[in-house]
Design a protein around this ligand. Structure first.
Ligand code: SF4
Length: 430
């Protein structure tokens, strides 16, 4: 951000400009303004080649995959497999949300196998370690919190969720203002419990200036967490969500004044007709800071299929200007996902991102749809496979009743519209 403010063009900006077909001057200006961010912790770039991406205004919508152990399921091999699947199927970023096992080891291993921008939520590790060492997480000190953040930065983590927008005054109001689902963010719940027990302000908010110094040193990105996101569509855009967003807007401005790149995290459960408005409000309040949305989920009853429900919400969010979509898997609300569910969640999110980009970016995004339609009309299956999100899956469906001799598929067989039309058009020409 500092380079851009000083009018300099970095090689990362050049790569993004070429990849996204956006003029370099525009990229530079938006990086300087904070509207585009480029992940790349300096420590990590020293030792590993990492995919270069830009997140923000005028760029294609990116997708994130969350992986990581839980306190009940701790299988590093499975998490490595998930990371590899996520990379294979084209995730733009990965977040490690591990809460079980050797957290330092897990984070470092996952970063090794995932050469994409990598994020964490350091408050989880602080909570677990303090609970172990001191008997209860309520004894967590500011130093405990800040030390974990610095450790992650030293390891090369590119972006971190920091829940600095939830304030003591908000948490106290939870007793008086009704909310169906309370706090559904793990980081938010940890901090709220700590604030209520100690009757103290959020240590992340209190130490924001110091946190900015840390992130500036490593060129890390702060993803300002939405601790008070609605966890039920009935809670969407209530006092808590909006109050946190106002604090977040203040934190964004303070970050930019210290040349620290930030993005803002968003909901959560939101009815379909409020999603576009949510994106517009966030963008307006936070002066165009990149918006990172979880879902949004437009219904609360889709468990088992939440990747579909969230893709519906994410497509609308992306079309309205959301910049990074966090996937949900079919296991959401039910279980830690397995590798297959990670793949399904990622592909659903990629479909949503692309559907949104067709609206947001127009021809730049829909060129590939035109190619696909032409290949489909020509029954050019190899070309079609090359343009699909998951060609192997498509191929296995096409051949599920055995290999097809015709150039069509088993749906219409010899009544394939393209064969019929082709015959008649050719006959007419003859
Ligand atoms: S057979 Fe039917 S479904 Fe299959 S390619 Fe032809 S028109 Fe499409």
């Amino acid at each position: 951000m500092l380079e851009a403010k000083n009018g300099r063009i970095t090689k990362e900006m050049e790569i993004i400009s070429k990849m996204e077909e956006v003029p370099i001057t525009l990229i530079k200006r938006r990086v300087a303004e904070g509207r585009i961010i480029i992940p790349g912790n300096l420590r990590r770039l020293d030792k590993q080649e990492v995919k270069i991406i830009g997140i923000g205004e005028g760029l294609s919508t990116k997708v994130n995959v969350n992986i990581g152990t839980s306190t009940l399921i701790n299988n590093l091999e499975m998490e490595i497999e998930k990371a590899k699947i996520a990379v294979k199927y084209g995730t733009d970023t990965i977040m490690d949300l591990s809460t079980g096992g050797d957290l330092d080891l897990i984070r470092r291993k996952l970063m090794e196998v995932a050469p994409v921008p990598f994020g964490t939520v350091p408050i989880y590790q602080t909570y677990i370690e303090v609970a172990k060492k001191k008997g209860s997480p309520v004894y967590m000190t500011e130093d405990d919190v800040l030390d974990t953040i610095e450790k992650h930065l030293r390891d090369g983590v590119d972006f971190m969720t920091i829940h600095a927008g939830i304030r003591l005054e908000h948490v106290k109001k939870l007793r008086d203002i009704k909310r169906v689902a309370g706090i559904v963010s793990r980081g938010g719940a940890i901090l709220a419990a700590w604030m209520l027990y100690n009757n103290k302000e959020n240590p992340l908010y209190e130490n924001w200036d110091y946190i900015l110094e840390l992130f500036a040193e490593y060129d890390g990105i702060i993803s300002i967490g939405d601790a008070l996101r609605p966890g039920a569509i009935h809670d969407a855009h209530d006092y808590f969500q909006m109050a946190e967003m106002v604090t977040v807007a203040e934190l964004v401005k303070r970050s930019w004044s210290k040349n620290v790149q930030v993005m803002v995290e968003g909901p959560g459960h939101v009815p379909l007709n409020e999603i576009a408005e949510n994106v517009r409000i966030q963008k307006a309040l936070c002066n165009g800071a990149p918006y990172y949305v979880l879902g949004p989920l437009p219904t609360d009853i889709a468990a088992g299929y939440d990747h579909i429900a969230s893709a519906i919400g994410a497509a609308i969010a992306s079309a309205a200007g959301a910049d990074l979509i966090c996937y949900l898997t079919p296991a959401e609300h039910l279980s830690l996902p397995n590798p297959q569910q990670v793949k399904e969640g990622l592909i659903a999110a990629k479909i949503a991102a692309h559907a949104g980009d067709i609206i947001k970016l127009g021809d730049r995004a829909k060129r590939i749809d035109l190619e696909m339609s032409q290949a489909r009309k020509n029954l050019d299956w190899e070309k079609m496979y090359s343009l699909m999100f998951d060609p192997d899956h498509a191929k296995s469906i096409r051949e599920q009743f055995g290999r097809v001799d015709l150039s069509s598929c088993t749906m219409c067989g010899s009544l394939c519209v393209y064969i019929i039309l082709d015959k008649f058009i050719k006959n007419e020409k003859d």
